[in-house]
Design a protein around this ligand. Structure first.
Ligand code: THU
Length: 142
């Protein structure tokens, strides 16, 4: 086993939040002017980040969380342990309903850290706190 094969320890909350905060600066948000960054930790020890990318046809825009999760999936990691989200302004930036559903597909027990530029960081468990009784892939296999 090479050192690259060894599972890395999960990142601290502070580390994941720092990566999300840095990702926020890469947002393309000319319409809302509300930038969001996200960083997702995978069980196999990777951290992938994303930011919101808006569009002149507004509904075509995509949230930071779905960019980060999609980066992880296409990198080959579908098993997520935690996501940090940092939005502009004060107070926690909690994920929208579409992102809650998108993340639930891969990680119903995901730890979700929500933050703003200042103020408290809130921590949730996705399926318990943000999407109880969510609809997931297992429901289609019964
Ligand atoms: N947005 C995110 O990227 N994540 C969230 O958790 C909340 C909202 C984006 C979508 C849109 O580009 C902008 O923030 C304003 O809604």
């Amino acid at each position: 086993m090479s050192s690259q094969d060894r599972a890395l320890p999960p990142p601290s909350d502070a580390e994941l939040l720092d990566i999300a905060r840095a990702a926020r600066t890469t947002a393309y948000a000319p319409y809302s002017r509300f930038r969001v960054g996200a960083a997702i930790a995978t069980v196999d020890g990777r951290i992938l980040s994303g930011a919101n990318v808006e569009n002149a046809a507004y509904p075509a825009g995509v949230c930071a969380e779905r960019v980060a999760a999609s980066q992880a999936v296409v990198a080959g990691s579908r098993d997520f342990s935690a996501i940090a989200i940092v939005g502009d302004g004060a107070g926690p930036c909690t994920p929208c309903g579409m992102c809650r559903q998108f993340l639930y597909e891969f990680a119903p027990n995901l730890r979700v850290l929500a933050s703003g530029e200042e103020g408290a960081v809130r921590a949730y468990i996705l399926g318990r706190d943000l999407l109880p009784d969510g609809f997931g892939p297992r429901r289609l296999r019964t």
